[in-house]
Design a binder for this molecule. Structure first.
Ligand code: PMP
Length: 493
């Protein structure tokens, strides 16, 4: 214990020295337009409660009623006793909303991504992943034990080049995975081109619409629906924790795929089903989105108002754009100082630093909500402008990335594209979220520390070693997608 303690102590001391020791800030009350932040009233400008539904009376009532009717916990995994009528109801509504055959709820977006990726890629397969994909996708890739090719952000040429190189490999499945709206930059994946590449190279495609569901596209159905591509992807991932104001997540796909995921997604098989109040709350939120689409319009107009006001303050922000407005400051210390100065002036926009974002791109990630007013947006921009100037920061040097979808990094394109893919093993630091920092990199994930395959554990060895003629299962294949079931039968045996 002593050694372990000093290890933890050292790691914390190191983080502190680097200025990266995070702490939790306490917010009182619901995720409304304003909150009490450690006792101080501030405008909340960094919550993903985009439509203001997390604290909507109908959503609260639905959750409270569900607690009375179905209880608070689901009690078990979906595959054991955890599939309840409320789960089925929301799945049916979400499938209809997304115009897909079927839907499957997961405990969270994080769990959905690791479950889906792990089911669709394993050892000997290849996953192609945008370098700025969310951490849950990165972790899903690592857990899957597939080879991972990280392509440059939004760069379809780089993706195609990578697919072409790997097309020669006959064995193995190919999977492309991307956010539709990138969480920290608010930019959009070139989905039409990615769909074409997936078709051309016989790759499956998973699109994470966490920041788009409820916020973008026709009736808030997302970017895929907006582009008429909702039927073109194998799996759409959405979360209930952002615009839908609750907690949990879902995937939409065809019936066969959902049947497969029920059998192959370890994060579904081995985790308790979503809590009934959360499911009912999301259901009420979905109804509100469909009945009252003005909230989506309000989110959009607030995003426009915020962007316009920031531009007037001299920030490098365009008026048109997403409901995620990054103010990229660069150095972490400056981003932290700007965050603190804004809080002191009544605006809360948490600074986002490495490893959540790449080195040198620390930022305030501003997230307007439908529950804000245009006046709130103008006040926030004025506060941020004032805070930046007081700190001696030039607003013109602070803003959103300007990227085109097809020409990212064209200067060294040829050279990079000709370079052989490098093989690297993941960094051992627990604080490195492994952003897929270098493009064209093939990462063979090390089995630890996220190796939760029971195949390597003493328990499994004991079962195998003591296998009697009556044992119902043979030697389990490592990482087979159906290991979950086999493990259950081992335990039951
Ligand atoms: N995908 C993306 C793109 C996200 O931004 C997030 C959450 N920040 C998730 C997945 C995880 O979703 P959840 O919060 O429901 O676990």
């Amino acid at each position: 214990m002593g050694a372990a303690m000093s290890d933890i102590h050292e790691q914390l001391a190191e983080l502190k020295q680097l200025g990266r020791c995070r702490r939790l800030r306490l917010v009182s009350g619901p995720q409304g337009a304003t909150v009490l932040l450690e006792g101080k009233p501030v405008l909340l400008l960094c919550s993903n409660n985009y439509l203001g539904l997390a604290d909507h009376p109908r959503v609260r009532e639905a959750a409270a009623e569900a607690a009375m009717r179905w209880g608070v916990g689901a009690g078990a995994s979906r595959l054991v006793s955890g599939t309840m009528t409320i789960h089925r109801r929301l799945e049916e509504r979400l499938a209809a909303f997304e115009r897909r055959e079927a839907c499957l709820l997961f405990g969270s977006g994080y769990l959905a991504n690791i479950g889906v990726i792990g089911a669709l890629a394993g050892r000997g397969d290849t996953v192609f992943s945008d370098e700025l994909n969310h951490a849950s996708i990165i972790d899903g890739c690592r857990l899957s034990r597939a080879d991972v090719v990280v392509y440059r952000h939004l760069d379809v040429e780089h993706l195609e080049w990578s697919l072409r190189r790997h097309a020669r490999r006959e064995a193995g499945r190919r999977l492309i995975v991307t956010d539709s709206v990138f969480s920290m930059d608010g930019d959009l994946a070139p989905l039409e081109m990615i769909v074409e590449l997936a078709r051309a190279y016989a790759a499956r495609l998973v699109v994470d619409e966490a920041h788009a569901i409820g916020a973008l596209g026709p009736d808030g159905r997302g970017v895929l629906a907006q582009a008429g591509l909702h039927g073109e992807v194998d799996v759409l991932v959405g979360t209930l924790g952002k615009a839908l104001g609750s907690y949990g997540a879902f995937v939409c796909a065809d019936r066969e795929m959902v049947r497969y995921l029920i059998n192959a997604s370890r994060s579904l098989i081995f985790s308790t089903a979503p809590a009934p109040p959360a499911v009912a709350g999301a259901l009420a939120a979905l109804e509100l989105v469909q009945e009252r689409p003005h909230r989506i319009e309000r989110l959009r107009s607030n995003a426009r108002a915020l962007r316009a006001a920031l531009a007037r303050e001299g920030f490098a922000v365009t008026e048109e754009g997403m409901h995620i407005v990054p103010l990229i400051v660069g150095e972490e210390d400056y981003a932290m100082d700007l965050c603190q100065a804004a809080i002191e002036r009544g605006v809360f926009a948490q600074a986002i630093r490495p490893p959540t974002v790449p080195e040198g791109t620390s930022r305030l990630r501003l997230a307007p909500m439908a529950s804000h007013t245009a006046a709130d947006m103008r006040m926030a921009a004025a506060v941020l402008g004032d805070a930046a100037r007081k700190l001696g920061l030039d607003p013109a040097a602070i803003g959103s990335p300007s990227r085109a979808t097809t020409d990212a990094g064209e200067a060294d394109e040829e050279q990079e594209l000709d370079a052989p893919a490098r093989v690297a093993s993941p960094s051992p630091s627990p604080f490195d979220f492994e952003r897929g920092d270098s493009p064209a990199r093939v990462v063979s994930p090390s089995p630890r520390p996220f190796d939760f395959e029971r195949g390597d554990s003493p328990a499994r060895t004991a079962v195998s070693a003591s296998a009697s003629p009556r044992a119902p299962v043979g030697a389990p294949r490592p990482n087979a997608p159906f290991d979950g079931e086999r493990e259950s039968s081992i335990r039951a045996a």
